[in-house]
Design a protein around this ligand. Structure first.
Ligand code: UDP
Length: 240
């Protein structure tokens, strides 16, 4: 629409679970990764938006769940961070197959497969039109990849965090349990934190709030949505 904002630099947050085909034993679906890559390419073709991607690891492992079952939390979290690197490499391969220039920068050094995360280098890659995939989260246990997205968006001077999820926005109650749940067009950070709307964790919300970075929450499942969201259409909920 005419009122669509035009983003110059965005951080796209993909959950690990988004890379898995529902019901499949495979943690990563090559077909889904391919679709995501082609949508990112289409977004780049449509405008000159700079795209950083933060990818989760929940399709392999979640530190908090392993810790609840008795594993030492920091250890479990490092396993989770490793998981995000696998997803990052899969996505990089698919993007390159689409002809999109792409680097992976890892917050935990893994020089044979990824560049180490260096803020200024990442920013230069983005400015040159190269997609940067931020792997290994923040590099610290007790954080999430949502918080990583908020952090990278803040330090890269991104205009927005695009949170691609399995629901098409933020609701006043769980739409899967309550058929009368109402979706917000826009909502403020404080309400999300106070009402514990589980779109992101509170650390991620507060970081975005403090640095005035809006979050667009949208449904990854629908074809074309990544391209639309990156192009500035509000196809879900804007948290601001
Ligand atoms: N993780 C971490 N620090 C970070 C980012 C991630 O310890 O900065 C670990 C944590 O154990 C988390 C796992 O990596 O559960 C996978 O990330 P996340 O759960 O955010 O993935 P998603 O839900 O987006 O797939």
């Amino acid at each position: 629409s005419e009122s669509s904002p035009v983003y110059k630099r965005v951080i796209l947050k993909l959950s690990g679970e988004a890379l898995r085909e529902v019901g499949s034993q495979d943690n990563i679906s090559p077909e889904i990764v391919e679709r995501i890559a082609s949508e990112i390419r289409a977004a780049k073709d449509a405008g000159d938006v700079e795209i950083g991607v933060v990818v989760g690891g929940g399709n392999f492992w979640r530190g908090a769940s392993a810790s609840a079952r008795g594993m030492d939390r920091p250890t479990a979290d490092y396993v989770g961070m490793m998981a995000t690197v696998m997803n990052a490499l899969a996505l990089q391969g698919a993007l390159e197959a689409e002809g999109v220039e792409c680097v992976v920068q890892s917050a935990i050094e893994m020089r044979n497969v990824a560049e180490p995360f260096v803020r200024r280098k990442a920013s230069r890659h983005l400015a040159a039109g190269t997609v940067v995939i931020f792997a290994a989260g923040t590099g610290n246990p007790f954080f999430s990849t949502d918080t990583t997205a908020a952090l990278r968006a803040s330090e890269m001077g991104a205009d927005v965090v695009m949170k691609a999820t399995m629901v098409d926005g933020v609701y006043d109650s769980d739409p899967k349990k309550n058929p009368d749940a109402v979706r917000y067009d826009t909502i403020d950070y404080q309400t999300c934190i106070r009402e514990e709307l589980k779109v992101m964790d509170s650390t991620a919300f507060s970081l975005c709030m403090d640095n005035h970075i809006p979050i667009v929450v949208f449904d990854l499942g629908k074809n074309g949505n990544i391209t639309k969201a990156l192009g500035g259409e509000n196809i879900g909920t804007v948290v601001e």
